[in-house]
Design a protein around this ligand. Structure first.
Ligand SMILES: Nc1ncnc2c1ncn2[C@@H]1O[C@H](COP(=O)(O)OP(=O)(O)O)[C@@H](O)[C@H]1O
Ligand SMILES: [Mg+2]
Length: 333
């Protein structure tokens, strides 16, 4: 492509608000300069593009259109505005490093592609309920300034009995048309768990389609995240399709402290007894700890206090524990 044509294409993509196309053409210009031996200008171009991208899509003149899915896709994909960044999620260092690695590959995907590589984009999040899987998927979208589309397979299967594979096809087509993060949340359904609403033959069809679609190349490098609480239910053939399997765990003592401190916001705990707070948090999920703290904060606000006592928090943590126990008993666990 000549320079004039590239400039034209850039103007068009800008007018359409297609930020991705805009930068991708700019990177093509950099690549062609590099091929002509103009190393310096190529590097300069790339570093400016990186900087502009790092400043992010939001509040910028070139914005990605975050339109709600319509037509055939309506009801299949739920568009969610990412509310989190990675710094909001309390994770262990190993997990953080691995998510960072994915983000880095995605941010520099044009570089990778120039070298004939594709960035990692198929992720499986495995871990107990309330450990931050959905939140992390949101954070990945937030960090990359991409729209987040949530797909609930279980309800899709119930709704489109016999046609689920065809609906999946539509979703995967969309992933290659529109760059975004596609979250198959609570993905256990595909692993073969039987519920009242699905039959084995349908599950098999859905799984086979999924396996096939996951193998397809994707020029937009859209990210596909599947999250599950039950890794054992997942098919081995399916596990192999992921670029990364990320395991979420119960919170460590240090993470419990971090979760509580972050949830306190401007509030403080007077003379906190962390040993007993951490002890009372054991066996609770990240989500339950956040909620317990939040409840204690709400009470303090209504009481017009700016401090909490250790006992205020402990009480709410115990409450969460008994809620969990009541739930377990009712499930006969
Ligand atoms: N690791 C975490 N760090 C911070 N907050 C968390 C974390 N895990 C859960 N939470 C809190 O609990 C809520 C529910 O967590 P979620 O991501 O939906 O869990 P999961 O998808 O693993 O079941 C989140 O919106 C957040 O408020
Ligand atoms: Mg979830």
């Amino acid at each position: 492509m000549s320079n004039a044509k590239q400039i034209l294409a850039m103007i068009r993509s800008r007018a359409e608000g297609d930020e991705d196309a805009f930068y991708s053409i700019a990177l093509q210009v950099a690549a062609s300069e590099a091929r002509q031996g103009h190393r310096q200008i190529a590097d300069e171009l790339r570093s400016e593009i990186d900087k502009a991208r790092a400043r992010g899509g939001r509040g910028q003149s070139v914005a990605i259109p975050f339109a709600t899915p319509r037509g055939n896709l309506e009801g299949l994909l739920e568009l969610r505005q990412p509310r989190f960044n990675l710094k909001d999620v309390v994770l262990n260092d190993r997990l953080l490093a691995r998510i960072d690695d994915v983000l880095r590959q995605q941010r520099k995907r044009d570089w990778l592609r120039e070298h004939g590589k594709t960035p990692n984009r198929r992720l499986l999040f495995v871990g107990p309920p309330g450990s931050g899987k959905t939140m992390s998927a949101e954070a990945v979208a937030g960090e990359l300034h991409l729209p987040l589309f949530v797909i609930r397979l279980e309800s899709m299967i119930t709704r489109y009995m016999g046609e689920t594979a065809a609906k999946l096809r539509l979703i995967f087509d969309e992933t290659s048309k529109r760059r975004g993060v596609y979250l198959f949340d609570e993905f256990d359904a595909v692993g073969g768990r039987r519920t009242a609403s699905n039959d084995v033959a349908e599950m098999r069809r859905v799984l086979n389609s999924f396996l096939q679609f996951m193998e397809e190349s994707n020029s937009t490098d859209s990210i596909i995240i599947c999250s599950t609480n039950h890794p054992k239910l997942l098919d081995r053939a399916l596990l192999r399709r992921y670029d990364q399997v990320l395991e979420f765990d119960a919170p460590s003592s240090q993470q419990i402290r971090q979760l509580i401190t972050a949830s306190l916001g401007k509030m403080t705990i007077e003379k906190p007894n962390w040993t007993s707070i951490v002890r009372a948090s054991k066996l609770l999920s990240q989500s339950e700890i956040v909620r317990a703290t939040d409840d204690a904060v709400k009470t303090a606000i209504l009481d017009e206090r700016i401090h909490l006592s250790t006992e205020n928090i402990l009480e709410r943590l115990r409450e969460r524990r008994s809620m969990r126990n009541a739930f377990m008993e009712s499930k006969g666990a």
